[in-house]
Design a protein around this ligand. Structure first.
Ligand code: EPZ
Length: 418
């Protein structure tokens, strides 16, 4: 098993370039199933979730070509299969986007129940509800989700809770349904807007993405085209947190500052200086940090996917900070790993109490999930001595060249393969 080894502490300094958004591309690639012709997709991050989806597309008969370092051409015209087997689906959560995409294209879809990060219960009842509202029958049997419809007809869909996955899946299934579908109480994350923009650039008629209500006028056909994925909000936020946690000064490039406002505001509250430019942001955390409280919320609130990284920033601030996790039931497992590094954190239900100001000490730790893994890397940069991070496949799912990027910012970090 590969490991990341970090000798700390260090103060990050320099520039880092942010890749395309993981949570957009993991939906855009399945969405290509709905398109007749070649989709040229630019700014594709080099992460293992993308490799996994490309493997699924190829196994189903799509032509997938990497034409430039960050550009893929995907042509799903010759796909005839509407099933994603367990061996592929178990590797990542977003495999559920094949349900909406295949249902929209073939009116039938079978996808094994998805895998992905363990963050507590991850029901898909809202996805199912959206498909049923569009006229499909859905059955979950033997670990597979089967969807089938004679025809997909537009409908009003009201989501019971704000769900990123259900919003995108409802869009995918409705884009070619007959008539006007109205989806209410939708998620507003930047990657929702990006998926809608991708589909619109291929000929879909989706309005309102980024607001509470999305309206989709069904079209009979989507044709090929070219699209560039937005920068990754969470990767950018992770480097912002790393700069803040190490007292560093880092220019974060190829970003959309508006998407980072919820993170910038919190860091500024803690005493970090943030300067926004058109497509970059300078994080200067050389001043001491103040404690703070964070509650995770759907966008534009503070993202749950930044919660573990923000915890490491709190560890540098004097005093007691609190984190209230309102999205996932079980997203504090990583705090046990931080405690092994001399962090003082206690968890009661959905609230973590973080006592800052204690010097972290290097230790062997594991990446319990993707964002927990990012937090372990930041903690390793802050800690005195050597930190060895295991189970780093989680990190590879969503961070492109994390070792190289931190090394370029001055960290003593390396990847070791057994
Ligand atoms: C997406 O997951 C992201 N994954 C997650 O990021 C992120 O944490 C999450 O949104 C919240 O922002 C991808 O985009 C691939 P949800 P998703 O449906 O879509 C409940 C990362 O680190 N819910 O918005 O699965 C659910 O249990 C990953 O990049 C239902 O009850 O999340 C949760 O409490 C981890 N029924 C809440 O809604 C449903 O049918 C939000 O989940 C669907 C969701």
């Amino acid at each position: 098993m590969d490991k990341i080894i970090i000798n700390g502490p260090c103060r990050l300094e320099g520039e880092v370039e942010i890749a395309g958004a993981k949570n957009a591309i993991v939906a855009i690639l399945p969405a290509a199933m709905l398109v007749d012709g070649v989709c040229r997709i630019e700014n594709v991050p080099k992460i293992s979730d993308v490799e996994n989806i490309c493997n699924i597309l190829s196994a189903m008969g799509a032509a997938v070509r990497r034409v430039e370092e960050k550009t893929l051409e995907v042509d799903c015209s010759s796909v005839r299969c509407s099933e994603v087997p367990y061996e592929f689906a178990r590797k990542f959560r977003a495999s559920y986007y094949f349900l909406g995409a295949l249902l929209g294209r073939f009116h039938t879809a079978t996808v094994a129940m998805p895998g992905g990060c363990h963050l507590g219960a991850r029901p898909i009842d809202q996805h199912v509800k959206a498909f049923e509202q569009l006229g499909a029958t859905v059955e979950i049997k033997h670990g597979n989700v089967h969807c089938r419809a004679d025809r997909l007809t537009a409908s009003g869909i009201y989501l019971d809770m704000v769900s990123v996955g259900a919003t995108i899946n409802a869009m995918l299934a409705a884009v070619k349904a007959e008539g006007l579908t109205v989806i209410e109480n939708v998620a507003k994350e930047p990657h929702i807007v990006d998926v809608a923009n991708f589909l619109n650039s291929m000929g879909a008629n989706i309005r309102g993405a980024g607001t509470d209500v999305i309206k989709i006028q069904g079209v009979s056909r989507l044709q090929g085209g070219s699209y560039a994925v937005i920068p990754d909000q969470i990767e950018a936020g992770t480097y912002m947190a790393a700069a803040a946690a190490t007292g560093g000064r880092v220019l974060i490039k190829n970003i959309i500052p508006k998407h980072l406002e919820c993170i910038s505001a919190k860091l500024e509250e803690m005493g970090v200086s943030i300067t926004e430019y058109d497509d970059s942001i300078l994080v200067d955390a050389t001043a001491p940090l103040k404690k703070t409280n964070v509650k995770t919320m759907p966008y534009p609130g503070f993202p749950t996917d930044m919660q573990p990284q923000m915890c490491t920033v709190m560890l540098r601030a004097e005093g007691i900070s609190k984190i209230n996790e309102s999205i996932w039931d079980s997203r504090f497992k990583y705090t046990e790993e931080l405690t092994r590094m001399n962090a003082v954190i206690s968890v009661a239900g959905k609230v973590a109490t973080v006592e800052g100001g204690h010097q972290l000490l290097g230790a062997p730790v594991r990446a319990c999930d993707l964002r927990a893994g990012a937090a372990m890397v930041i903690a390793g940069l802050m800690a005195q001595g050597t930190t060895v991070i295991e189970e780093i496949d989680h990190i590879r799912r969503g961070y492109e060249q994390i070792v190289e990027k931190f090394a370029a910012l001055g960290a003593d970090i390396r990847l070791v393969s057994d």
